[in-house]
Design a protein. Structure first.
Length: 224
């Protein structure tokens, strides 16, 4: 899962990014509303954590503009104020949830997981499932029946992306944007390498799931 943190308090933003990475999320941070809006509109994020009070463009305006332009990425609005009117404004602008500062980090992580489930991800208490495989992104563990193997973070992110988009052909460009970010210098061979790694690990656990190459288009995850 890729998360965008939009927070003008740089120390808090970086602390949140480190917290999310510690829990095996991919996270980016920006420090004003205009950049937050631009990054959000890239479409590569699964959840956005956005402060209400931001320079250049406040959080409410950024979320409202996102929704008006067809972006439905779930947003958790952060606010230093506890007043009902601020919470209402945030939710009315299109935010999906709010959290008042100071907040408990465990609660933030729980709300992120809840928004992921609300979006329709195939998640059980033990992880994401597809066919005969189970991916536990928290522990970077792939299993099939009684057999299991550890994944790297990028392998886990790639498999998670395939599972979320089951049946859809994903181009190398889309995968690069999702896993490395739209400003990344990663190239097509990076994707090819990680697809190869994943194929070997799916074979190791004896899964019937496979990553199929659609020549000239990309890859699709299928299960026999």
């Amino acid at each position: 899962m890729r998360i965008l943190v939009v927070e003008d308090e740089t120390h808090l933003a970086e602390a949140l990014v480190q917290l999310l990475k510690k829990h095996n999320y991919t996270a980016d941070s920006v420090y004003n509303g205009e950049d937050g809006y631009d990054y959000a509109m890239s479409g590569i994020y699964d959840v956005i954590v956005m402060d209400l009070m931001l320079p250049k463009m406040d959080g409410i305006t950024a979320v409202r503009n996102m929704r008006e332009n067809g972006n439905d990425t779930p947003v958790i609005m952060l606010t230093a104020k506890g007043e009902i009117s601020d919470k209402v404004k945030g939710l009315d602008s299109g935010a999906d949830d709010y959290l008042a500062k100071p907040f408990n980090t465990d609660e933030l992580l729980a709300r992120i997981r809840a928004l992921g489930r609300r979006r329709g991800e195939v998640i059980s208490e033990s992880g994401m499932t597809f066919g005969d495989i189970r991916l536990d992104a928290a522990s970077l563990n792939l299993s099939c029946g009684m057999k299991e193997i550890s994944l790297t973070l990028k392998e886990s992110e790639l498999l998670e992306y395939f599972i979320k988009n089951r049946g859809s052909v994903l181009s190398k460009d889309l995968i690069i944007e999702k896993l490395w970010g739209f400003e990344s210098e990663a190239e097509a061979n990076h994707v090819e390498v990680y697809v190869s790694f994943l194929r070997k690990k799916l074979k190791y656990v004896g899964s019937k799931a496979s990553i199929v190459t659609v020549r000239g288009v990309g890859y699709v995850l299928k299960s026999e």
